[in-house]
Write a protein that binds this ligand. Structure first.
Ligand SMILES: [Zn+2]
Length: 464
């Protein structure tokens, strides 16, 4: 199948021009002016932007957590991502303690294989890493899993001690791979949580009030310091606060190889969402928690000046009914996570570009190119160039939508609420193309389950 996109405004992380894109055999074959090439399909993109498909490097599909499982699996989660203009995601596979990471990878392959609407890769969450298992990390890299994630939070569950962090980081550095960190001091936080529960503080808002930003900053500082000594690039996931950002900025100014992502929830939502009536705040129980609103300006500053490199979703949906309700009497039992994979591109465009905070090029960098580069997908993904995968979004900058679970254009996630309910956005992904095939056509899904492929990612390619 070949496809010709005419008269679009083509935007990459560095380019901005009007032109035509001819796609053949799943890749961009020719880019030029007034192309007259015979194609099986034609799209007129006059008045619209042509963006590289979004890359979301942080999702949790079909993930067991707190006695339940995240509500989207690889079929529904990737379909929702596609509707929102994301054409690649990197999901987190989990090694459970005592299990081989290679066996864990096989488990996650089985969850995803043949089910996805878009291409995907895996990071590996490492929960134990003794010396006799270190060889597995290289094997994972050979299998295309070139980044690992370690948790300083969730003691007894995902938490690893600093020795394990250092051991894993040193080996990862030798192998040319990247370590992602959930940087929050979970040991101290657990003590604060215990005390709150003892005092009868059980409502959802105490999830936030027991997780001070200082503990995120401490984790961030410690992660960076250990990575510096272990000589490995470190990527701080879901950075949520000014305090933590300060640590990243200080380290980058010192020349340390640290990257960080933030998420739409930290840019557009804030602590006040926990103060809603009844149990509503449970919808926003995620980790890190939503912060006081003033942090948002600092995060935007971090994005503008390059101290934060990408915007991921940490999509980890749990239904309000039955799942979030597990914690109705005890906030610490509310499954942590919220939906977002579908709404990222429109939210960031609206708040960032329309909001006058970032340029069009920066928008592409933050939602696609940067993650593709950090995680070994570039230039296959993350740009529009001859030879790159034809993952493209035809984006209508004038189209307005109200994000809502009731709007058939904005909610395909398998979860009974939308975290951005009622948000108005201007600018919307209308046509989504994955490896040369139209999969979303004006809100209609026209792809097929299993269109997506697992992508073996490359090694880390150098400092940015
Ligand atoms: Zn996460």
């Amino acid at each position: 199948m070949s496809l010709l996109i005419k008269n679009g405004r083509i935007i990459t992380a560095v380019d901005d021009y009007h032109g035509d894109v001819f796609i053949d055999a799943e890749r961009v074959a020719v880019i030029g002016k007034d192309l007259s090439i015979e194609a099986d399909q034609l799209i007129d993109a006059t008045g619209k932007y042509v963006f590289p498909g979004g890359v979301d490097p942080h999702t949790h599909l079909d993930m067991p957590f707190g006695g339940t499982t995240s509500a989207d699996d690889f079929e529904t989660g990737t379909l929702a991502a596609a509707h929102g203009g994301t054409t690649t995601l990197i999901d987190y596979a989990i090694q459970f303690k005592g299990e081989s990471t290679l066996a864990a990878l096989e488990t996650w392959h089985k969850k995803a294989d043949g089910k996805t609407a878009i291409d995907y890769g895996f990071h590996m969450i490492v929960t134990d890493m003794e010396d006799d298992r270190l060889w597995e990390l290289k094997r994972l890299a050979d299998e295309g899993v070139t980044s690992y994630k370690l948790f300083m939070a969730y003691p007894g569950l995902l938490y690893v001690d600093d020795g394990t962090i250092f051991r894993t980081m040193r080996k990862a550095g030798e192998n040319g791979t990247v370590v992602c960190m959930h940087a929050e001091n979970g040991i101290v936080i657990d003590e604060i949580v215990k005390r709150a529960l003892k005092e009868g503080k059980t409502a959802p808002k105490y999830h936030a009030l027991t997780r001070p930003t200082r503990m995120e900053a401490e984790g961030t500082h410690r992660a960076i310091s250990i990575a510096e000594v272990a000589d490995v690039p470190v990527y701080i996931v879901h950075l949520s606060s000014s305090d933590a950002l300060e640590q990243v900025t200080l380290a980058r100014n010192r020349g340390v190889n640290v990257y960080a992502e933030t998420c739409p929830q930290y840019l557009f939502l804030d602590y006040s969402y926990y103060e809603q009536e009844g149990f509503e705040g449970a919808k926003y129980v995620m980790t890190p928690a939503l912060r006081e609103k003033w942090n948002q300006d600092e995060l935007w500053r971090g994005l503008q000046f390059g101290d934060l490199q990408s915007i991921a979703t940490d999509h980890c949906p749990f239904c309000f009914k039955e799942q979030k309700e597990l914690g109705i009497d005890d906030f610490s039992k509310i499954p942590n996570g919220a939906p977002g994979v579908e709404n990222r591109m429109a939210l960031v465009y609206n708040g960032g570009v329309n909001g006058g905070r970032i340029t069009l090029n920066k928008f592409v960098e933050l939602t696609s190119t940067s993650a593709a580069k950090t995680f070994g997908l570039f230039p296959k993904k993350g740009t529009i160039a001859v030879g790159s995968d034809a993952d493209l979004v035809i984006f209508n900058p004038g189209r307005e939508e109200t994000i809502s679970i009731k709007n058939p254009c904005t909610h395909h996630m398998r979860v009974d609420y939308n975290a951005y309910e009622g948000f108005r956005v201007k600018g919307f992904p209308e046509t989504v193309i994955s490896r040369g095939k139209i999969i979303v056509d004006n809100c209609d899904y026209v792809g097929r389950k299993g269109d997506g492929q697992f992508i073996k990612r490359g090694l880390y390619s150098g400092i940015r």
